[in-house]
Write a protein that binds this ligand. Structure first.
Ligand code: UDP
Length: 309
């Protein structure tokens, strides 16, 4: 197959590129390199099955030749990134998704939208299942990401209903692993790098908010399985292993053997208090569940950050 991945030089896009190239497919990675990095795909540059196009998908997308799939992965995805890039975040979720769907329609390609657990906002239902409509502040600082992704889901379903584009929607929960940028502000790279440098771990609030962390390989397997189904409604892909951020900080201290202290900082506006995926739909539709225990995934990730320090 020939597959376009928008955001192909990003954290998750580059892992998807690796997987598809390993399966023998042809990959066109497209990225404007705002949060993506060519280093993530450098190992494919001389592969004839790999092409890179430097382009911002919020502008009209042109790709020559046939495409079997359009995987729309492009977006700033960490709270710090989308606070610094609010307009680009809105544009790539809205205009970028529209352009990517238009391309899929023109090529007769199937389509994957990487949506997010942020569509549930600061959830009032726990754990979050796909039928829950969410609790999002449209005008808060996170609204630029949450609402863009909610629009992205809406326009994907509209293209599915109106133009019969064969869409898949994956709602990704907190994911970590190698290539997640050191300075993207998310809790996993931040705590690991603080611990490795002997700096204090910056716990926001009292650290009582919860998250559930999944290793990137599990996510890629879930998306790959979703591509093999005929299922067009959203599917949560995440690891239900929920912990508080304070517990997580202590886990990172233990796994790195660091003697860093814990420092408390103000909780960011609209920071969700809890988050845990209900993955019964993924189990039923995809026969999928996460396989990588959190300590194992974190050890691999810590090794990777050590290697690039
Ligand atoms: N967090 C923290 N310290 C940091 C970075 C994040 O305590 O240095 C907290 C943050 O407030 C949130 C959780 O960790 O409750 C996860 O944040 P992240 O930025 O990874 O992504 P989110 O799940 O909020 O999208």
């Amino acid at each position: 197959m020939r597959i376009l991945i928008t955001g192909g030089a990003g954290f998750i896009g580059s892992h998807m590129t690796d997987r598809l190239i390993a399966e023998g497919h042809r990959v066109v990675a497209m990225d404007n390199l705002v949060t993506g990095d060519l280093a993530n795909i450098a190992h494919h540059r001389s592969n004839p099955n790999f092409e890179f196009i430097h382009h911002d998908v919020s502008n009209h997308i042109h790709v020559a030749g046939d495409l079997d799939w359009v995987l729309h992965f492009a977006s700033p995805a960490s709270p710090i990134d989308y606070l610094q890039l609010p307009i680009q975040t809105l544009k790539v979720g809205a205009l970028g998704t529209h352009n990517a769907l238009g391309l899929a329609k023109a090529k007769g390609a199937k389509f994957v939208l990487t949506s997010t657990s942020e569509v549930y906002g600061d959830p009032l239902v726990h754990p979050q299942h796909e039928e829950y409509w969410g609790n999002v502040n449209p005008i808060g600082p996170r609204g630029v990401y949450d609402e863009a992704k909610r629009f992205a889901e809406a326009v994907a379903m509209a293209y599915h209903r109106e133009h019969k584009v064969d869409v898949r929607i994956v709602r990704i929960f907190n994911t970590y692993g190698p290539r997640n940028r050191v300075n993207d502000g998310r809790v996993v790279p931040t705590f690991i790098n603080q611990a490795l440098r002997g700096e204090a771990l910056t716990v926001f609030g009292e650290g009582r908010q919860t998250r559930s962390f999944q290793y990137v390989d599990d996510l890629i397997e879930g998306i790959r399985r979703l591509m093999e189904t005929q299922f067009n409604k959203p599917v949560n892909i995440g690891n239900p292993n929920e912990m508080t951020i304070l517990e997580f900080a202590k886990l990172i201290l233990r796994l790195t053997g660091s003697r860093s202290e814990i420092e408390y900082r103000p909780l960011p506006v609209d920071d969700p208090k809890t988050r845990k995926p209900d993955i019964s739909r993924a189990k039923e539709v995809l026969g999928w569940e996460p396989r990588v225990p959190v300590e194992e995934g974190l050890k691999k990730t810590i090794e990777w950050y050590r290697s690039i320090m």
